[in-house]
Design a binder for this molecule. Structure first.
Ligand SMILES: [Zn+2]
Ligand SMILES: [Zn+2]
Ligand SMILES: [Zn+2]
Ligand SMILES: [Zn+2]
Ligand SMILES: [Zn+2]
Ligand SMILES: [Zn+2]
Ligand SMILES: [Zn+2]
Ligand SMILES: [Zn+2]
Length: 298
């Protein structure tokens, strides 16, 4: 043992009926065992085994939350120690899931499953356990950003005056949409008659809240005036910009997306590539590249 490890006290037997039916015994030689919960082989992690069932789990994997909310799916997903036989693709990394290892699955959609470690990734989940918490709390999404005053007239919650639907025919280089900060070309816009506030019709339709694949919590819409030079840096594209922003500043979060990045959802149909595109888990870590990930035993 490392001297540091020798000084740490490690329970020899642990009993967590929620994760496994039998008490588990500490297994001192760890380098060759794949954990049944996370499906990974990790060196130097305290590992426990059940000899009766040939079950292996890392110490910290046994405390994985049971029911979680992830950014990539609209329902909560629940931990399962194994999956029904069949071909399963992870909803996050799109790689195969080996059925004998733990995974999270959706009880509402019969085919949505995620590797345990993909489900618990930093951008995907904050690891809060929703076991026993009623699900209605999640549905504050889908609230519209404007009230319809009359046909073609709206009141947007981020502007004090009424906005009128118009068709823009001329390109004016001084006119920008206040949401996406892109120029106004031909097309339908909402414009204010009291001031120069303009929105593309499509930009006016962004809801007050958004669940985005890049953040575990719902994001809230706000307006940063680009003319006051108090812009912000988008956490997805790293551009400094203004306009409408979806952000999360709950708990320890400090996360902001500009409207352009916020409007991207998976999968992306990019005309330069023949297959649909999905978000990478971590830009530095390519999906499925982990040396020890069990993708398939065959
Ligand atoms: Zn594990
Ligand atoms: Zn057992
Ligand atoms: Zn995965
Ligand atoms: Zn679902
Ligand atoms: Zn716009
Ligand atoms: Zn106005
Ligand atoms: Zn961006
Ligand atoms: Zn957050």
């Amino acid at each position: 043992m490392h001297s540091v490890c020798a000084m740490k006290s490690i329970a020899f037997v642990i009993d967590l009926p929620k994760r496994h039916d039998h008490p588990l015994t500490y297994f001192p030689r760890q380098t060759s065992l794949i954990c049944n919960v996370c499906g990974l082989l990790r060196k130097l992690y305290p590992t426990y085994v059940c000899v009766t069932c040939n079950f292996v789990a890392h110490n910290d994997c046994m405390y994985f939350p049971s029911i979680i909310k992830i950014s990539r799916h609209r329902h909560r997903i629940a931990y399962k120690s194994s999956l029904r036989s069949g071909e399963w693709l992870c909803g996050v990394c799109r790689q195969n899931i080996e059925i004998h290892y733990g995974a999270y699955s959706c009880d509402k959609c019969c085919d949505y499953v995620v590797h345990s470690i993909c489900a618990l990734g930093k951008d995907v989940c904050d690891r809060e356990d929703f076991e026993g918490v009623p699900e209605e709390d999640d549905i504050a999404l889908g609230v519209e950003s404007f009230y319809v005053i009359s046909e073609g007239v709206i009141l947007h919650f981020l502007h004090d005056h009424h906005l009128y639907l118009k068709v823009s025919i001329l390109y004016d280089e001084n006119k920008f949409c206040q949401a996406c900060v892109l120029p106004i070309f031909q097309g339908t816009i909402y414009s204010c008659i009291n001031c120069d506030f303009i929105l593309h019709e499509t930009c006016a339709k962004f809801g007050r809240k958004l669940q985005h694949a890049l953040h575990p919590h719902p994001l809230t819409l706000r307006h940063v005036n680009p003319y006051e030079y108090v812009g912000f840096t988008c956490d997805a594209c790293d551009r400094y910009c203004g306009g409408f922003i979806y952000g999360c500043h709950l708990k320890e979060c400090d996360f902001d997306l500009d409207i352009r990045c916020a409007s991207i959802s998976e999968p992306v149909d990019y005309q330069g590539h023949k297959h649909p595109l999905y978000l990478a888990l971590n830009p530095e870590e390519k999906p499925g590249s982990s040396k020890y990930r069990v993708i398939s035993e065959t």
